[in-house]
Design a binder for this molecule. Structure first.
Ligand code: CP3
Length: 319
């Protein structure tokens, strides 16, 4: 996860050529090159499109900037009129460079490697939209209770936009699609079902109907005991486990044919050495005999030495 990015010197070099992170995402030649960098360096089996989940709200008309040291910043969205103003008609033009990136990558990537497209799940997008930046998302969690009709309308609009967005990516050449619900674990069970599972189910159904052979993957981070319910959603082909999920337990709680992805702690990758070998080996043994995509449980940290990633790849290939 976040296999491209700041831990790679070749990314830093390209990033310095673009005006900012958003410009990098929106310049197809550069975004395609960044997407391919980790595949060229490490020989991964898959490339994930270089973009960001917040490009979608930006395409719907919300201003977005990435502030050094703080992450994404948007004007907080709090009013029903602002939900109604999220404009799906802007998407085709705003998203055109991303679709062009997909076409370039697919034309360059080795045929054996899979190109993964992605989007943020509606709840996680809503967290950034309503609060305006990362944190404990208190404004979002209050709005759910204090202004439920506003929040429901926002989730509905983001669900429609996400379906359109992932459909366009599959049409442009994405061969698998992943939904990142990084903040799903903030919700208690009732609200998890309502604002994580229900919108995800609607997205999965729409995409499966249209692209029956494109694998659909979900990442309900920190879902805890809700993981089995999420994993049983019709149309879901794979679930990404976060670092806190025990793979042995997880495999006993999900359907046999559901692929599990994960879940090495990015700190083990940062540390390297025996900690990395031990933790990676434990995950592989826990999931032996179950369909498994070896991955991290969250994004690669910018301080990670690239040599540790190379070590991990040879470790996993040798297991
Ligand atoms: O290699 C890849 O995984 C593909 C690209 C990708 C990025 N973001 C690039 C990026 C993907 C799949 C994402 C998903 C994403 N973005 C998520 C879901 C997954 C997760 O990490 O939980 C979320 C919540 C975001 C929102 C976001 N974008 C944040 C919170 C930040 C700041 C992170 C930080 O460490 O500063 C970003 C910026 C971002 N997205 C960077 C990258 C490479 C860093 C940009 C830079 O400064 O160069």
């Amino acid at each position: 996860m976040r296999q491209a990015g700041r831990y790679l010197p070749e990314y830093q070099a390209l990033r310095a050529r673009a005006e900012d992170f958003l410009a990098l995402c929106m310049t197809p030649d550069l975004a395609a090159e960044v997407t391919l960098q980790p595949v060229h360096r490490f020989g991964f089996d898959a490339a994930i499109l270089f973009s960001d989940i917040l490009i979608l709200p930006w395409a719907l008309g919300r201003p977005l900037s990435f502030v050094e040291g703080q992450g994404p910043v948007m004007p907080p969205l709090r009013k029903a009129e602002e939900v109604a103003a999220l404009d799906l008609a802007r998407m085709p033009e705003a998203m055109a460079p991303v679709l062009e990136t997909i076409r370039i990558v697919r034309a360059t990537l080795p045929a054996s490697a899979t190109l993964i497209g992605f989007g943020g799940a509606p709840f996680t997008l809503a967290c950034y939209l309503v609060d305006g930046t990362g944190g404990a998302f208190l404004a979002t969690r209050r709005a759910i209770r204090e202004d439920p009709s506003f929040f429901t309308a926002l989730i509905e609009r983001l669900t429609d936009a996400t379906i359109a967005w992932l459909t366009a990516q599959a049409e442009a050449g994405a061969e698998a699609l992943m939904l990142f619900d990084s903040w799903a674990g903030l919700l208690p069970p009732l609200l998890f079902r309502q604002f994580v599972m229900a919108p995800t189910a609607r997205i999965l159904a729409a995409l499966k109907r249209r692209f029956p052979r494109v694998p659909l993957m979900g990442f309900p981070r920190l879902a805890g005991l809700m993981l089995p319910a999420y994993a049983a959603l019709p149309g879901l082909d794979a679930v990404g486990l976060d670092t806190t999920s025990d793979p042995v337990l997880a495999r006993s709680l999900v359907p046999n044919e559901l692929t599990l992805q994960g879940n090495l702690d990015p700190l083990a990758l940062l540390a390297g050495g025996p900690a990395l070998a031990e933790e990676a080996g434990a995950i592989a043994s826990a999931l032996r005999g179950h369909p498994h995509i070896f991955n991290l449980g969250h994004g690669v940290l910018p301080e990670t030495p690239p040599a540790h990633v190379a070590n991990l790849v040879s470790l996993v290939r040798g297991l």
